[in-house]
Design a protein around this ligand. Structure first.
Ligand code: NAP
Length: 326
């Protein structure tokens, strides 16, 4: 028997209840995990508040798109009792019961061993947000950037904060674009300069604006992404990660055909396992103790609903880890 946070029904502002869950209620899977830590992501906040229909499984439903814990039982010889594992994405907390529980039954092909250098709590400070930031940075490295700094939008959020820190550690000059961020915090992460959210949030003023950025990691979308497309220099690239500011964009083909700009889609949810393992290895090497401590705040399952509202109200920064065991 375990404990889990259930979203009881579909719709806006659903009731959320912490109650017992039996192993029999858990979905099919070949690995049973004692969940120690989870995290709060933008998607989780939407699921917990009903602000967007993130949950596509039957209700009552256990959200939480991330988890890390210890294997209790495994039918797959690749995992044994006592192994430390994590899962992000693959529908966790969306189509399958997620990480806001003390117990989860999972599919072994979705699991990644937690790197030795990281505790399970560290792995969840990173979580989907840090993993996505790593995929975004890797995409910029693979495709290349133009001359000039890399700008990170939604800078004080989970993806944004990790992107600043990882880019800085990878040798980029980083500019943070923020609506609420504390300049001291963003500078400690590694931002050289800070611009206001409005500067890019007005959208593109013309199809090809002055080349201002070598590249970008964008978790805002909408007009902000339109502005980035028009301002990235020759052969620069933009990793499009999110939609905190909007999902639609209107642009022209000129930046793509006259500057060779690349717009790179980042999808952490369906990322193949070999790329996941490589990204987690790189994260373990780059995410040091000072960074993880700077980013983290902690809550428990009972505190999650309030934290979700605070996140959507723009009252949080960095990452929130969730202590799942009492
Ligand atoms: N592609 C993927 O695989 C993937 C994975 C993870 C997340 N995401 C997406 O990436 C985005 C960020 O996720 P997250 O977990 O980092 O969320 P988060 O921690 O809430 O960060 C979002 C940040 O965006 C900024 N922001 C919030 N509302 C905004 C608005 N209306 N207009 C402009 N900026 C706004 C805020 O930063 P400032 O106050 O500093 O401006 C906020 O901290 C979300 O859209 C999420 O769905 C995608």
């Amino acid at each position: 028997m375990g404990t889990a946070l259930f979203v009881e029904e579909k719709g806006s502002d659903p009731s959320v209840a912490l109650r017992e869950v039996s192993a029999a209620e858990l979905p099919e899977g070949d690995v049973l995990v004692s969940v120690e830590w989870s995290s709060l992501n933008y998607k989780d906040a939407l699921a917990l508040t009903g602000r967007s229909p993130i949950i596509r499984g039957a209700f009552p439903f256990i959200p939480g798109i991330d988890l890390a814990g210890v294997v209790l039982e495994s039918k797959d010889p690749r995992f044994a009792s006592g192994d430390r594992v994590l899962q992000t994405g693959w529908g966790l907390g969306e189509t399958r019961f997620g990480g806001y529980a003390t117990l989860a039954r999972l599919k072994s092909e979705h699991l990644v061993a937690v790197p030795d250098a990281l505790s399970n709590r560290d792995a969840m400070i990173i979580g989907t947000a840090g993993f996505t930031a790593m995929l975004a940075c890797q995409a910029l490295l693979d495709v290349g950037t133009a001359d000039g700094p890399v700008v990170v939008t939604g800078a004080s959020g989970g993806v944004g904060s990790f992107s600043i820190a990882l880019l800085k550690r990878l040798g980029f000059e980083v500019v943070a674009s923020t609506g609420s961020g504390d300049p001291g915090y963003l500078e400690r992460l590694g931002a050289r300069d800070i611009i206001t959210r409005q500067e890019l949030g007005q959208g593109a003023t013309r199809p090809l604006d002055s080349a201002r950025w070598g590249g970008a990691v964008d978790s805002v979308g909408g007009p902000t992404l339109e502005a980035l497309i028009s301002q990235v220099g020759v052969r620069g690239s933009i990793a499009a990660c999110g939609l905190a500011g909007g999902s639609s964009i209107a642009t022209t083909v000129f930046p793509f055909i006259l500057r060779g700009v690349s717009l790179l889609g980042i999808d952490s949810n369906t990322c193949p396992t070999d790329l996941r393992v490589a990204a987690w290895g790189r994260l373990a090497a780059l995410a040091d103790r000072d960074l993880l401590d700077l980013l983290v705040t902690e809550t428990d399952l009972a505190g999650l609903r309030d934290e979700a509202s605070r996140l959507l109200a723009g009252k949080k920064r960095g990452r929130t880890v969730v202590k799942c065991q009492a």
